[in-house]
Design a protein around this ligand. Structure first.
Ligand code: NAG
Ligand code: NAG
Length: 362
């Protein structure tokens, strides 16, 4: 009798322990600051304030980059089209600055230089005037910012800019702004921009919105998304054509193993991975998954047949889907073909290595 009770008891414990990973037991992440009531209410940028919406043209030839970069506001697109550093035969890259950012800071200046070096015209959109405020209000201003920037690009299109040679990228809030630019450009010009790249597109205030209100595959001919902090500052939905979840997309390994890479660190990793992928276009190889959950769980290695795609400008546009990208914890991050094997999964192998011994004693 005692034995039966014991067996029943053990059975119950086992039942419980198999439940630990199920959503009925511990629910699922609702994400950081997912809903921002009222952030879709109207926001207006007046004709006067449009002077503060500017494109800066990248030109790194001088020693001091600030001396040689020219800035053009909303009303100066004709002048911009005449700028000696612009050649509409080349592809054009627009980088959209993010929350509290400006084109003079590191993130925009640095990516501008990289794109310039690989042969692009580079326009840096400065949204600083419209993001220097509490975040949910900045979100609200990104809709008119997107609309007016699309008007600027539409004017440039009349002056020779080819939308099929136009690529836009943004980090975080900048990625959602890029989406609004893409949506409005289509409405005005009647054709799509060639590419929009979302670097961990902002989840706060956007995560629970539909495709009309956040980044989506219909925003450009090709939309690729790199996710690095999906439940925190990024968003989880595979909203693009190619959706790459670095190390499962939730958190990134810390630069120093013993130091955790929490939300902000993981979020901006998307930018550093992308910048590096511009220089090593074949080296960030991602593995296709069946679902975002599979990517989160690092379970895509055994999927047959293995389908891969690369992060960066050489990404195969016809291989759409959800991809898992295994990376190293420090620059230059890429793992090459080694990264396709589960045994080299950086996070899995590091975690295992930390508790290799059968017994530890102190
Ligand atoms: C703002 O400018 C546009 C065109 O430049 C003009 O059509 C519109 O009437 C102006 N709005 C106001 C309120 O002045
Ligand atoms: C891109 O992917 C498609 C579909 O898998 C494939 O047929 C094609 O060969 C790929 N292109 C390149 C350049 O690898």
């Amino acid at each position: 009798m005692f034995l039966i009770i014991l067996l029943l008891y053990l059975g119950k414990i086992c039942n419980v322990s198999t439940m630990y990973n199920e959503n009925e037991w511990d629910g699922y992440s609702v994400g950081f600051l997912s809903d921002c009531p009222g952030s879709d209410k109207e926001a207006i940028i007046t004709n006067k304030t449009l002077k503060d919406l500017t494109f800066t043209i990248q030109n790194h030839k001088g020693d001091n980059i600030f001396n040689t970069r020219r800035k053009y506001n909303y009303y100066q697109m004709k002048d911009l089209a005449q700028d000696p550093n612009l050649d509409f035969n080349k592809p054009t890259f627009v980088f959209v600055s993010g929350y509290l950012d400006t084109t003079d800071f590191y993130i925009t200046s640095n990516i501008a230089k990289v794109y310039e070096d690989i042969g692009y015209n580079v326009l840096m959109l400065d949204t600083n005037k419209f993001t220097t405020m509490v975040y949910p209000r900045a979100v609200r201003f990104m809709r008119p910012v997107g609309k007016h920037t699309a008007e600027m690009l539409a004017e440039l299109t009349q002056l020779g800019l080819d939308p099929k040679k136009l690529e836009i990228a943004g980090l975080s809030l900048g990625a959602q702004t890029a989406s609004y630019i893409g949506k409005n450009y289509q409405l005005i010009v009647g054709t799509k921009i060639s590419r929009i790249t979302g670097l961990d597109p902002a989840g706060p205030c956007f995560r629970n919105l539909g495709p009309e209100d956040r980044i989506d595959k219909n925003d450009a001919d090709f939309v690729d998304i790199l996710s690095t902090n999906i439940d925190g500052l990024g968003m989880a939905a595979p909203a693009g054509h190619v959706n790459i979840y670095a190390n499962g997309g939730e958190y990134q390994p810390g630069e120093f193993i013993w130091m955790l890479c929490t939300s902000f660190c993981s979020h901006i990793r998307a930018y550093f991975l992308w910048i590096t992928a511009l220089s090593y276009p074949d080296s960030f190889i991602a593995i296709q998954c069946d679902s975002v959950q599979q990517a989160r769980n690092r379970q895509c290695y055994d999927r047959q047949p293995m389908v891969t795609n690369v992060l960066g400008l050489k990404s195969n546009r016809s291989r759409e889907g959800i991809f898992y990208l295994n990376t190293d914890h420090k620059h230059p991050y890429y793992m090459g073909v080694k990264g396709l094997q589960k045994q080299y999964d950086f996070v899995l192998s590091q975690m295992k290595a930390m508790n290799m011994e059968k017994v530890i004693k102190m």
